[in-house]
Ligand binder design. Structure first.
Ligand code: SF4
Length: 690
C-alpha cells in the first residue's frame, strides 16, 4: 500500500506492508517528492506503531466514558461557554499533524458554526512568518516553486535551514545536484551539517538576516544586476525599497561587519548570486522563528522579485514547511488569520464561505494566534479549549506559563493518539484519535503537492478519525446536517468544491477533485495545486502575474532591527532552540524507536569552547541554562560549530523523558507582530556548571 510519511514537510511517499500491527516500510519510488528515498525517521516508522501508551477509549476526568457521553459533554460545555460568554470564549488549538480533512472539519465548526476565528495551529510556530510575507509580496500565501527547481538550480541558498537534519531527503537531492556542479551557500549562525557540506557558509550573527539580504539587494542594484524589464512589467514597490536601503550604509564592508562574517566571503556570495540566474533561496525555521520573521521573508522575496528569479525553472524563493501538513492547514483555514481557501475576513469572502457552508454565522475577524490564545486562556478569557494532535505544554514558548494557563482553564479537551502527554495531564476530557498508519486522508507538502495518507493498520480500541470526532461534537451541538460526512472522501470533495466556489481567479483551486469518486479518491496520485483538467501545476507566476489586485508582485521595504531582546551582561548568550536529526517534536512517536533515540539520547546544550572555558564547563559536564523565563539542565557539548556568544538547546524533551531538560520553558514568548510567530531562535541566557 502507498502512503505518505507523517513527519516533515518534504512529504515523502512510502510503500508499506502490514501484517497485524507489524509494519515494514520503504520509500515509494513513484512519489515525486522522494523518488524512493527515506530518511532515518521515515525508515523507522515501523517501530512507532505499537499500541503501548495509546489512548484507546474516551475518558472524562480519570474514568472511562462512552463516545456519546464524552462528545455530549464537550458539546454542552462549548454551548454553555458560547451562551454565557460569546463565541470568542472558546478556542481550538490544532496541528500540522492533522490531515486536510481534519483541518477542514475543525475550521468549519469554529468559523462557520461557533462563529469565532479562535482556531490556530502549531504551524504558527513553524512558518506563519512566511505566510505573511507571501501574502504581502504575492497577494496570497503562494509557494512559487517546486522540488524540481532544486535539481535545476545552479545556486541554492539555504537561509536558517539545516536541511541535512530537518529535511534529509531534500538534502540528499541537493547533494546529488551539487555533485553535478550546483553551488550551495548556507546562511546560519551555526555550522550545521548542512553548512559543513556547503561551498560557502556565512555564520551570521543572530538575527542579522535582514541586514544581509538587504545588503545583497543593494549590491545587485549597484552592479546593475536587477531585471528592469521584469520590474517594470510585473513588480511594484522597488522605489520605496530602494529608498529604505539608502537609509543605511549598504557597503559590503559595513554589511559584513554588522553580520559578523568575513568580507571576502560576503563578497563571494554577492558575486555568485549576481552571476547565477538559476538561483533558489530556501528558507525555513531559522528565518521564520523570529520577531522579525516577516521582514526576513520579505527581504528574501525582494531580491527574487527584483531580479526576476521567480516563476522560472530553477529560480524561486522557497519556504520549506516543518510539518507534513502545515500547508493543508494554511489552505483550509486552520489558522486564526485566514478564513478558508486563502480567503481573508473581508465582507465578500465571509458571505461567500457562509453561503457555501449554509452556516448560521461566520467569524467576523481574525482570531487569537497561538501565543495570544494561551495568554487569553491564562487570563480567563477562554472558557473552553480543545487541543487536537499537539502538545503545547512542551512546544509553545514560555511553556511554564502555558502550563499555568492550562491548569487554570475551566474546560480542556485533548484529542490525541497518546494517553499521557504533558498536555493531556490538564485535560478534563480525552478523546482517542487514530494515528498515522490508521488514518485516511490527504496532506499537502512544501511544494503544494497533495498526497494520500492511507490506512494500513486496523483502528485500535475506540479511536476515531479527527474529522469524525469534530463532526460528532458538531452533531451533538445541533449542527448535524452540515457535518453529516461518512467518509474522508466526502469531506475532501466538499473542501475541493469550496476552493472552486465562486472562484474566478484564486490560485488555490482544486475544482476537478471535487468530483472524485470514492475509488478515485482512494487511488489519488500526488498532485500539485492549482489543479485543472490538465493536472497540477509545478510552478506559479510563470506568466509574471501575481494574485494582488493589480496582478503585480510587490516589494516591501524592510529595515534590519536585530533581536527583540538583545543579550545583556546578566544574560550574555543568545539561546537558540531547534530539533535534532532523528527526533520529531515532543517524542511521542520517535521516542518509541530505540534506533532513533541513539543519535541524541539525552538533552544537551551546545556551547563554543571559548564561552565554556571561563565558566569551567567541560565536555560532558551537566550544565545549567538560565533565562528570565526558566532554567534547564543538559549535558554540555563543546563545539566550534556553535557561534561564540550563543548556545543551542534541542526542543524535544518532555516531562516524561527528561523533565529538567525541557527547552521551551526557557524561551521568551516574544513574537513577530505581523505573523505572531515566536522568536525561538533568540532568548538571552546564561550558563553555569550544574
Ligand atoms: Fe519523512 Fe521528512 Fe524523512 Fe521524508 S525527509 S522520510 S518526509 S521525515
Amino acid at each position: 500500500m502507498r502512503t505518505t510519511c507523517p513527519y516533515c514537510g518534504v512529504g515523502c511517499g512510502i510503500s508499506a506492508e502490514a501484517e497485524g500491527r507489524a509494519l515494514s516500510v520503504a520509500g515509494d519510488p513513484a512519489h515525486p517528492a522522494n523518488l524512493g528515498r527515506l530518511c532515518s525517521k521515515g525508515s523507522a516508522l515501523g517501530a512507532t506503531v505499537g499500541l503501548e501508551g495509546r489512548l484507546l477509549h474516551p475518558t472524562i476526568g480519570d474514568r472511562p466514558a462512552t463516545w456519546a457521553e464524552a462528545t455530549g459533554l464537550v458539546a454542552r460545555r462549548l454551548r454553555e461557554a458560547i451562551a454565557r460568554h460569546g463565541p470568542d470564549s472558546v478556542a481550538f488549538y490544532v496541528s500540522g499533524q492533522l490531515l486536510t480533512e481534519d483541518y477542514y472539519a475543525a475550521n468549519k465548526l469554529m468559523k462557520g458554526f461557533i462563529g469565532s476565528a479562535n482556531i490556530d495551529t502549531n504551524s504558527r510556530l513553524c512558518m506563519a512568518s512566511a505566510v505573511v510575507a507571501h501574502k504581502l509580496a504575492f497577494g496570497a500565501d503562494l509557494v512559487p516553486g517546486c522540488y524540481e527547481d532544486l535539481d535545476l538550480a545552479d545556486l541554492v541558498v539555504l537561509s536558517g535551514h539545516n536541511a541535512a537534519w530537518t529535511h534529509p531527503v531534500l538534502f540528499r537531492r541537493l547533494e546529488a545536484a551539487r555533485a553535478r556542479g550546483q553551488r550551495h551557500v548556507v546562511i546560519d549562525p551555526r555550522r550545521t551539517d548542512t553548512a559543513e557540506a556547503a561551498d560557502l557558509h556565512l555564520p551570521i550573527a543572530p538575527q542579522t538576516d535582514v541586514r544581509l539580504w538587504n545588503g545583497l539587494l543593494a549590491d545587485l542594484i549597484r552592479r546593475g544586476a536587477i531585471d528592469l524589464a521584469f520590474l517594470s512589467a510585473h513588480v511594484g514597490g522597488f522605489a520605496e525599497t530602494e529608498a529604505e536601503l539608502a537609509r543605511a550604509d549598504q557597503s559590503p564592508a559595513a554589511v559584513a561587519a554588522d553580520c559578523g562574517v568575513p568580507l571576502a566571503d560576503l563578497e563571494r556570495f554577492f558575486r555568485w548570486f549576481a552571476a547565477t540566474p538559476r538561483t533558489v533561496s530556501l528558507f525555513s525555521m531559522g528565518a521564520n522563528q523570529s520577531a522579525q520573521g516577516v521582514a526576513k521573508g520579505l527581504a528574501i522575496l525582494n531580491v527574487h522579485l527584483a531580479t526576476g528569479r521567480i516563476g522560472k525553472p530553477g529560480a524561486c524563493p522557497f519556504s520549506i514547511t516543518g510539518q507534513p501538513n502545515a500547508m493543508g492547514g494554511r489552505e483550509t483555514g486552520g489558522m486564526a488569520t485566514t478564513l478558508a481557501a486563502h480567503m481573508d475576513f473581508e465582507e465578500a469572502a465571509r458571505a461567500r464561505v457562509r453561503r457555501f457552508w449554509g452556516a448560521p454565522t461566520i467569524a467576523e475577524r481574525p482570531g487569537l494566534r497561538a501565543v495570544e490564545m494561551f495568554e487569553a486562556v491564562r487570563e480567563g478569557r477562554i472558557k473552553a479549549l480543545w487541543i487536537m494532535a499537539t502538545n503545547p505544554a512542551v512546544s509553545l514558548p514560555d511553556a511554564g506559563r502555558v502550563r499555568e494557563a492550562l491548569a487554570a482553564c475551566p474546560f480542556v479537551v485533548v484529542s490525541d493518539v497518546m494517553a499521557a502527554t504533558d498536555t493531556s495531564a490538564f485535560a478534563h476530557v480525552r478523546l482517542p484519535a487514530l494515528a498515522w498508519g490508521e488514518k485516511d486522508g490527504t496532506v499537502t507538502n512544501s511544494e503544494r503537492r497533495i498526497s494520500r495518507q492511507r490506512p494500513l493498520l486496523p483502528p485500535p480500541g475506540e479511536a476515531r478519525a479527527d474529522w469524525r470526532i469534530v463532526a460528532d461534537v458538531a452533531t451533538a451541538m445541533g449542527f448535524g446536517e452540515a457535518f453529516g460526512w461518512r467518509t474522508p472522501a466526502q469531506v475532501f470533495r466538499e473542501w475541493a468544491r469550496l476552493t472552486a466556489y465562486d472562484n474566478p481567479d484564486r490560485v488555490l483551486n482544486l475544482g476537478p477533485l471535487a468530483a472524485l469518486t470514492p475509488e478515485a479518491y482512494d487511488a489519488l496520485e500526488p498532485v500539485q495545486w492549482p489543479v485543472t483538467a490538465a493536472g497540477g501545476a509545478p510552478r506559479l507566476f510563470t506568466d509574471g502575474r501575481f494574485q494582488t489586485p493589480d496582478g503585480r508582485g510587490r516589494m516591501h521595504p524592510v529595515a534590519a532591527e536585530g533581536p527583540a531582546e538583545p543579550v545583556d551582561p546578566g544574560y550574555p548568550l543568545a539561546l537558540n532552540t531547534g530539533r535534532v536529526r532523528d527526533h520529531w517534536h515532543t517524542l511521542t512517536r520517535t521516542g518509541l524507536a530505540p534506533e532513533l533515540c541513539r543519535h541524541a539520547p539525552e538533552p544537551y546544550v551546545e556551547i563554543h569552547p571559548a564561552d565554556a572555558a571561563p565558566l569551567g564547563i567541560a565536555e560532558g559536564a551537566l550544565t545549567r541554562i538560565v533565562t528570565r523565563q526558566g532554567e534547564a539542565v543538559a549535558t554540555a557539548r563543546l563545539s566550534d560549530r556553535q557561534r561564540p556568544g550563543s548556545v543551542f538547546l534541542p526542543m524535544h524533551w518532555t516531562q516524561a523523558f527528561a523533565p529538567a531538560g525541557r527547552a521551551n520553558p526557557l524561551v521568551a514568548a516574544r513574537t513577530d507582530p505581523r505573523s505572531g510567530q515566536p522568536e525561538f531562535k533568540h532568548t538571552p541566557a546564561r550558563v553555569r556548571p550544574y
